[in-house]
Design a binder for this molecule. Structure first.
Ligand SMILES: [Zn+2]
Length: 276
């Protein structure tokens, strides 16, 4: 009996601690669980990005390469619109994978395979804005915190019910972690479109990019960290319609001056790529 009371006490303490660490999302205004401050995000990000640099060190493109310059200047314009401080930096990896990701300290990694399939600066802008949105919205901290607390709650519950601990990570993933990850992806898409509209990037680039990525995805959303492309395109179109109502075509031309350098670099990159 005492054993169960201790578990109950620990459970209650856990719930109390959890509600203390609820943080407000800057995009949705809703409360979500984050157990630490941004300095921890930066620390985790730095370790992760250092490991990634070691892992890919033979294949990192020179900073003078057109690919690095293009990603650097376009990312630079995007992060000017994000109200957080990070030492944003860019790494382009000479690898055919169609992929890009970011670590919470603001280190952006782009694989050359992704650059090979982009047909406009608007498409590339969407991908980079999406990645930077994950940092601003603190998705990684939210997911890591939830995973940690969830494991403790499930463990206590199992001890209380069965007096033993079983491996339930598959069920936790399917029921909580993966749906949460998919929700974060949709949020990053939404904020990426807001960022794009601030830079005069054409929002159609988002849906054309997603349509291209369709062939690289899993067939079922249930087992995936990302929503299916069709689902994302549907949400992207809905957000695009709303943002377009608020912006005139003239605004887009003026705002596009903010990405003038990156636009020139993209034209140069396309010419070089077509000759290869
Ligand atoms: Zn993402």
């Amino acid at each position: 009996m005492l054993y169960r009371r201790v578990l109950l006490g620990l459970g209650a303490a856990g719930v109390g601690t959890t509600s203390y660490f609820l943080d407000k999302s800057p995009l949705t205004g809703k409360r979500r669980l984050i157990l630490w401050g941004e300095n921890v995000d930066i620390y985790i990000g730095q370790i992760t990005s250092e490991n990634l640099h070691t892992q890919y060190k033979e294949r990192i493109l020179y900073e003078s390469s057109i690919e690095h310059q293009l990603v650097k200047y376009l990312s630079h314009s995007i992060v000017q619109e994000i109200p957080i401080k990070r030492d944003w930096n860019v790494t382009v990896i000479d690898d055919p994978s169609v992929n890009a990701f970011v670590t919470p300290d603001g280190s952006i990694f782009v694989f050359k395979g992704l650059l090979d399939i982009v047909d406009s600066i608007d498409e590339l802008g969407f991908i980079l804005a999406h990645e930077c949105s994950h940092v601003y919205l603190r998705h990684s901290a939210n997911q890591l915190s939830t995973r940690g607390i969830l494991s403790v709650i499930v463990m206590l519950f199992q001890l209380w019910l069965f007096g033993d601990i079983y491996n339930t990570s598959m069920a936790e993933n399917l029921l909580i972690i993966l749906p949460m990850s998919r929700k974060c992806e949709l949020e990053a898409d939404k904020y990426a479109l807001i960022l794009e509209s601030k830079l005069g990037l054409r929002l159609e680039g988002a849906s054309s990019m997603m349509s291209k990525l369709k062939k690289y995805e899993l067939r079922t959303e249930l087992l995936s960290t990302h929503p299916l492309s069709d689902h994302r395109v549907k949400e992207i179109i809905a957000t695009t319609m709303k943002l377009k109502d608020e912006t005139t075509p003239h605004d887009y031309e003026v705002l596009r001056l903010k990405i003038a350098v990156a636009t020139k670099l993209f034209e140069k990159y396309e010419k070089i790529r077509n000759k290869r």
